[in-house]
Design a protein around this ligand. Structure first.
Ligand SMILES: Cc1ncc(COP(=O)(O)O)c(C=O)c1O
Length: 313
């Protein structure tokens, strides 16, 4: 039997004291309303002995431990090297810091490229720094390469638009940016697994979005947020019970023909992954009476549509 993940909205809400006033808060970025567990962890850290990082005194070790744990947690979340993780007050503040540092090497007549897809946090700091350094600001619309020149020092772009969900092909952007000899600065604030799923599934008609049955990997650690964002409940099968998610298991087998085990999926861009999905959706399946998944979906949509027409007054 599959079982619903215990996502108890009231229990989660209870961890956000700021929501107790009854007001709806539409300022959504993570961190605007703080869960009590986070506030408690900060309080605990600040009331413990703390010093500069080190290994001799307890205070030094506490600081060392907190920084190390945070880096490891972020490395795990982002599938990145923990040693490459740095912390700042906010994405905007970090971008201002970096823009000041990097622009110290820019010369009058150099160029930078920013995009209209970005949150202002990844635009304004660069424009202010460019103004001070006498650097030309170019705007990338659809054709980034057209904006690059031998004088380009930096390209700033988002990995996912928080407004319209567009996810530029960052690998391709990195390749052209680096071949122009420029640095690439990517805002990853809105890019996470759940966003990728949310963007895909919301292209389906609403009545088909009943639930998502997931394999038991850690990729969907943010399933609770995905449910909040899209209204789509996520089901997890019992451990070691692949028969409870037959289609999922069968599709994994088919996907392995394209992406062998241990393949780093980051090597593939969205268009390539869509092409594999298209091939699989056009492959006849016994469980569908040898129709392809695409045909079965089409038949279903047509039957739902004609049922809808018949009952329309
Ligand atoms: C895509 C994106 N980038 C950057 C920011 C700014 O983040 P911060 O509040 O940490 O400065 C936001 C905030 O909503 C965002 O959505």
């Amino acid at each position: 039997m599959t079982r619903t993940t215990t996502f108890d909205v009231n229990a989660i809400r209870a961890h956000f004291p700021a929501l107790r006033g009854g007001a709806a808060h539409f300022d959504g970025p993570g961190g605007s309303q703080t869960p009590d567990t986070v506030a408690d962890a900060i309080r605990h850290a600040m009331l413990s002995p703390l010093a500069n990082r080190g290994t001799i005194t307890r205070a030094e070790r506490n600081a060392e431990e907190i920084v190390g744990q945070c880096r490891r947690a972020l490395g795990d979340l982002l599938n990145a090297d923990p040693d490459g993780v740095i912390f700042g007050r906010s994405m905007t503040a970090v971008t201002f810091d970096l823009s000041r540092t990097l622009s110290a090497t820019w010369r009058s007549g150099d160029e930078i490229v920013v995009s209209r897809l970005d949150h202002d946090a990844n635009v304004r700091p660069w424009i202010i720094a460019a103004d001070k350094a006498g650097v030309v600001v170019r705007w990338a619309d659809f054709d980034l390469e057209a904006q690059l020149s031998p004088r380009t020092r930096l390209v700033a772009i988002t990995a996912a638009s928080n407004l319209i969900g567009t996810m530029p092909d960052i690998k391709a952007v990195a390749a052209v940016t680096h071949s122009a000899g420029a640095l690439l600065y990517v805002d990853g604030g809105a890019r996470a697994m759940k966003d990728a799923i949310a963007a895909k599934i919301t292209t389906l008609p609403q009545h088909l979005l009943q639930s998502l049955t997931w394999d038991r990997g850690k990729e969907i650690a943010q399933h609770a947020q995905l449910t909040i964002d899209t209204g789509l409940p996520v089901y997890f099968a019992d451990p070691h019970s692949p028969w409870q998610r037959g289609t999922n298991e069968n599709t994994n087998g088919l996907l392995r023909q394209y992406f062998p085990k241990e393949t780093d999926l980051a090597r593939w861009n969205d268009a390539e992954i869509d092409a594999v999905a298209m091939a699989l959706n056009n492959r006849p399946r016994k469980t569908l009476g040898w129709r392809t998944p695409a045909e079965a979906l089409n038949d279903h949509l047509r039957s739902v549509q004609s049922a809808g027409v018949a009952t329309t007054h």
